[in-house]
Ligand binder design. Sequence first.
Ligand code: ZN
Ligand code: ZN
Length: 234
Amino acid sequence: MAHKVQGVVAESRGAPVKLTTINVPDPGPGEALVRVQACGVCHTDLHYREGAINDDFPFLLGHEAAGVVESVGPDVDNVAPGDFVVLAWRAPCGTCRSCVRGRPWYCFDSHNATQPMTTADGKPLSPALGIGAFTELTLVAAGQAVKVPAEASPAAAGLIGCGIMAGLGAAVNTGGVSRGDSVAVFGCGGVGDAAIAGSKLAGAHTIIAIDIDDRKLEWAPRVRRHPHHQRPQH
Ligand SMILES: [Zn+2]
Ligand SMILES: [Zn+2]
C-alpha cells in the first residue's frame, strides 16, 4: 500500500518548488518508513533544484532530518517502529574495499531504498542525497536510519544528518586533526561550526575561526566552549 502524503518537489531546472501529493510505498526488504519530525534547509537542496547535481528531475528535496520509524520491512533488525532516528545519506555496505579498509565514508555501495517514491501520477522521484525528507513520510534503506536518544530535539538531531556530519567529519576524518594541532576554519556557518566542534573534540590546541560575517564570528567561540551543548543556529 502506498501512503499519500505532502512533499516538496523540484519538477524542473530552476522552477519554483511545489508542495504536492506524493506516493510513499510501505517498506520492502531492508527498508524503513520514517515519519519526519524536522528537516533542515541545506544549500545542496538548492543545487538539486538548479540542476547542478544531476538532471534526474523530479527531485524530492530535503536530506538533513530526524523522525520516528513508522514501520520496517522484512530483514530489518537495526531499527524498529517507534525508534527516534537521524537519517543519514550514507548506509555503508560493510563489505566493499573502502569499508573493509576501515573507511566507510568512502563506501562504493552505500544503500538506499530499493522502491521508488512517486509523484501523484506515478513518476519516480529522485530523493535528494538518497533521502528526500521534506515530506511527512519518507522511505529509506534501514541502514540510513540511525537510532539516537529519544529526548533529543528533532530540529537539533536532524542537523547531525548533514551539516554536523560534514563539518565534524572534515576535521576528524579528512583533515585528521589530532591532539595539539592548530586549525583554521574558513566559514563559520553550520558546517564550519561543526568543524570547530570536531577539532575541539579531537584535541586541537588552537582553533582560528574565519568569516566575513560578524554574527557568525560571534557564534564560533561559543561552539568551542560548549562543544557538547551546541544549540541549532538560526
Ligand atoms: Zn546537506
Ligand atoms: Zn562499502
